[in-house]
Design a protein around this ligand. Structure first.
Ligand code: COA
Length: 181
């Protein structure tokens, strides 16, 4: 990808997404996420809850890469000593098929992390594979990651990855009031 033909990583608040960008986002998300349930992206630009911010890259004015982030309060620690940290919850990471394999994911995440540090976020968290996110500083925690749904049901997630921002990753468990992002 020639550098002159592509944009920098651009941040936008989800509240500022206009109808044209909304359509571009839905098209990119629907092209990248294809498992059962992902059809939701054809009509909505988020999976469960709208994120606070989005970062994206354009190539020849076409949207080719995207990362969303939620502003979350999540409990960490060893019970009963839990503390609430502010977490940048990374979601909907995707790169258009023709633009993959050139490092757009770490580039977008690097910009999102700098923003997270500047805004005082303690940690970043996502659900995904260390093969993709390890080089961006995300690693599994040795504690249990419990997602508590609004109806009180709890599930343990084994695909959660954490990255330090303004703080280190605490010892112990993670308790996330769902839905997972
Ligand atoms: C996952 C996805 C975003 C990767 O895009 P990409 O442009 O290939 O990623 P990058 O070139 O920035 O690579 C980032 C890292 O991921 C690794 N990676 C990318 N695809 C991978 C795969 N299928 N399996 C294992 N590792 C992979 C790269 O080797 C690179 O690792 P490194 O930094 O240690 O060298 C893209 O394939 C996609 O949009 N998939 C569909 C949506 C999706 O599954 N999103 C992830 C949700 S958690």
């Amino acid at each position: 990808m020639a550098e002159s033909e592509r944009s920098d990583v651009v941040r936008i608040a989800d509240d500022d997404v206009d109808p044209t960008f909304d359509r571009e986002l839905r098209e990119l998300l629907a092209a990248c996420f294809t498992k059962p349930g992902d059809e939701i992206f054809r009509t909505r630009r988020y999976y469960a809850q709208p994120p606070s911010w989005r970062w994206s890259i354009r190539f020849e004015d076409r949207l080719v890469a995207h990362v969303a982030a939620h502003d979350l309060a999540i409990r960490f620690g060893i019970r009963p000593r839990l503390r609430t940290l502010r977490v940048l919850g990374i979601a909907e990471v995707c790169v258009a098929p023709g633009s993959r394999g050139v490092g757009l994911v770490p580039e977008m995440l690097g910009v999102a992390h700098a923003f997270g540090v500047e805004r005082g976020f303690d940690l970043a968290m996502l659900f995904g594979r260390e093969a993709i996110y390890g080089s961006s500083g995300y690693h599994a925690t040795s504690g249990r990651v419990n997602v508590i749904e609004a109806d009180g049901t709890a599930a343990v997630r084994r695909d959660a990855l954490l990255r330090p921002l303004a703080s280190g990753v605490p010892e112990g468990d993670v308790i996330l009031d769902g839905p997972a992002f």
